[in-house]
Design a protein around this ligand. Structure first.
Ligand SMILES: [Zn+2]
Length: 351
């Protein structure tokens, strides 16, 4: 029986054979296959229409039904640019086998709002987090260096901090058990340097640092990762490889060395749970496990509904057999805050 991941690969290959609108439709459907909440085979078995799934119209539905009836022989492995992605349907099956795992999760540590390139307000993200019974979320809008994503400067970050402070006061008053953390996804250059003043970063609860440029370099980038991890202002390295499904393979490095360095600095590497990122992937998480590295799960949500992507990260961590005590968003808020304090305390003192 074809899984959604198999269907994604068939759709992606079909896109390569078609051109124009049709090619784009197949490409979009391939990418969306990772988001379908249940296996196509189940939907068909229940006599439901596939058009209820994202990015499937009647034309693509006919093609998929044809593949299901007569599975193509050539189910070669996906090329690297599409390999090692888990579908949401599969992730849900994995998590259903160990329901206790997802229950340890206390929050989501990467999301964007209207302050940069997200579509929701901070309050809307907080509502979505409350629906998921989270204890905390980190608001991580882009920093000023990433103009294309509406990155914010120190002044805007401060204003955002005030908005978060007011929202937290409101949440407390209304008896909701959610704390919104002030954070940022700071843009890092190739030398691992950020683009925000140390003072503005110290006012935050947590700082993520991520690379958003020079992501197609094929040479080993170990030194770049080591430099980023040694940046005293960040605690989490976001979407480390910079890979994107069917678009970009991402960077390579001597990963054991990178994870060893992260561990020695007590910093976390992220699983960006966005379906076409899934970065770190399972293989790298296994290396992280061997080195005892802290891992942070972040959906990179740009809309409130996208908080559901967290299941992809939870499933990857489960599959890689990461111990629960290595996952920073499994920590109660007090412990999370002391971890940040501890990491900051290691940074060399500024004169
Ligand atoms: Zn990013």
């Amino acid at each position: 029986m074809l899984s959604n991941t198999d269907i994604a690969e068939l759709l992606a290959r079909q896109a390569e054979r078609e051109s124009g609108i049709l090619s784009r439709a197949f490409r979009r459907a391939a990418r969306s296959a990772f988001l379908w909440p249940e296996e196509v085979a189940n939907v068909i078995a229940q006599n439901r229409s596939l058009t209820e799934l994202r990015a499937i119209g009647p034309f693509i539905e006919r093609q998929i039904r044809h593949w299901i009836d007569k599975p193509p022989h050539s189910t070669h492995r996906a090329p690297t640019i599409r390999r090692d992605f888990v579908s949401l349907a599969k992730a849900r099956q994995l998590l259903a086998r160990k329901p206790a795992w997802a229950k340890i999760l206390r929050g989501d540590l990467q999301m964007h709002t209207r302050w940069s390139d997200g579509s929701g307000t901070i309050a809307e993200m907080a509502d979505a987090a409350t629906d998921r019974s989270y204890e905390y979320i980190a608001i991580t809008d882009h920093s000023k260096g990433l103009k294309i994503a509406g990155g914010i400067d120190e002044q805007a970050l401060k204003k955002q901090g005030n908005e978060i402070g007011k929202l937290n006061a409101f949440l407390r008053k209304s008896g909701r058990n959610l704390l919104v953390l002030r954070s940022v996804e700071m843009n890092l250059n190739r030398r691992g340097e950020g683009d925000m003043s140390p003072e503005s970063l110290l006012a935050l609860d947590l700082v993520l640092g991520s690379f958003h440029s020079s992501l197609r370099i094929v040479e080993d980038q170990t030194n770049r990762y080591l430099a980023a991890l040694r940046n005293p202002h960040i605690q989490i390295l976001g979407h480390p490889r910079g890979r994107i499904y069917n678009f970009r393979i991402g960077l390579s490095a001597d990963w054991p060395r990178v994870f060893a360095e992260a561990t020695s600095l007590n910093k976390a590497m992220e699983v960006d749970c966005y379906p076409d990122r899934q970065d770190l992937n399972i293989d790298l998480l296994k290396i992280a496990r061997e080195h005892g590295t802290h891992i942070s799960l972040g959906t990179d949500a740009h809309h409130p509904w996208q908080l559901e992507f967290i299941e992809l990260g939870l499933a990857a961590a489960l599959k890689a057999k990461l111990p629960a005590d290595r996952i920073v968003n499994f920590m109660p808020i007090g412990e999370l805050k002391s971890w940040v304090r501890e990491v900051r305390g290691r940074a060399p003192r500024r004169p």
